[in-house]
Design a protein around this ligand. Structure first.
Ligand code: C2E
Ligand code: MG
Ligand code: MG
Ligand code: MG
Length: 279
């Protein structure tokens, strides 16, 4: 069985694997031109409080491929991370998000923030902090309006160097969220080493909250953990009123999910208070 071989076993006589390898190679080549040809777009998804008021948005990248159509970040970010293209793409994302803050200037207040996803690979680049500072200064952005979402994978390599860079950016005012929390393999003892402002409850724990008691227990534990760390907690993937009610009862007060809005292009963001929560 070709497929049950080790991870590194590449069997080019298996037509299915050959096809997958071809698609990957094509995407990798096309990625090189994607920035230059303006094929990336940031979609934004609101992060709201109990009153349905937008506190900020998460920026989520989309790739408009000229032949293949809209490609999910789940399909090209891993490739970009492997090839190193994530460095340029990641900076494009930060710059575009800062540019969007400028564009929205008249519609938002000083507490409104955009959260960008940052790959831990970007933190391994020595010039990362400088590059970010240059973007922020170049566009005269208040660093408090920029947040970075990182996953537990920051805890894998060069932890101390990465944490040092996070501190430098946090000192400027940039906030940090630990994304997809609970899905990684980090030990809790590492958690307290990271300069964090938010934990994000992964949508996999939110999905079945109402009938899966262990998911509910995990969600409650993450809320409790954030309270004891004295930081905020955001639930992602909130799709139903029931999930919202349960999360609220656990003490989680910031939500993100299809119940409020899917990620949408910048021009479709509604800044008015959501009517969902008005009763
Ligand atoms: P993430 O950062 O955990 O983002 C949340 C994902 O959940 C997004 O998927 C979002 O569209 C989706 N989502 C939000 N609310 C709901 C909901 O109620 N139900 C369901 N089923 N899904 C919901 P998306 O946009 O496909 O992004 C996937 C992942 O790709 C992100 O997960 C993030 O890890 C990565 N990503 C996206 N943009 C960037 C980027 O600019 N840079 C990097 N490095 N990674 C990115
Ligand atoms: Mg995220
Ligand atoms: Mg997430
Ligand atoms: Mg996720």
């Amino acid at each position: 069985q070709a497929k049950s071989n080790g991870r590194n076993a590449v069997c080019f006589f298996d037509p299915e694997m050959q096809a997958a390898a071809n698609i990957r190679a094509e995407l990798e080549t096309d990625l090189h031109r994607a920035i230059q040809f303006n094929q990336f777009e940031l979609y934004y998804q609101p992060q709201v409080n109990q009153q349905g008021h937008i506190l900020g948005v998460e920026a989520l990248i989309r790739w408009h491929h000229p032949e293949k159509g809209l490609i999910s970040p789940l399909d090209f970010i891993p490739i970009a991370e492997e090839t190193g293209q994530i460095q340029a793409i990641g900076l494009w994302v930060i710059e575009q998000a800062c540019f969007q803050l400028k564009q929205w200037q008249d519609k938002i207040d000083s507490t409104f923030s955009i959260s960008v996803n940052v790959s831990s690979k970007q933190y391994q680049n020595d010039s990362f902090v400088n590059d970010v500072v240059e973007i922020i200064q170049g566009l005269a952005i208040d660093p408090k309006q920029l947040k970075m979402e990182l996953t537990e994978s920051v805890l894998s390599d060069n932890v101390d160097t990465i944490i040092e860079k996070m501190w430098q950016l946090q000192e400027l005012g940039i906030g940090f969220a630990l994304d997809d929390f609970g899905t990684g393999f980090s030990s809790l003892s590492y958690l307290k080493k990271l300069p964090l402002n938010y934990l994000k409850i992964d949508k996999s724990f939110v999905q079945d909250l109402h009938h899966n008691t262990s998911d509910a227990a995990i969600a409650k534990t993450i809320v409790g953990l954030s309270q004891s760390m004295n930081i905020d907690v955001i639930a992602e993937g909130v799709e139903t009123e029931l999930q919202l009610k349960l999360l609220n009862s656990y003490g989680c007060n910031i939500y993100q999910g299809y119940l409020f809005s899917k990620p949408v292009p910048a021009e479709d963001i509604q800044f008015t208070v959501s009517e969902l929560l008005q009763d």
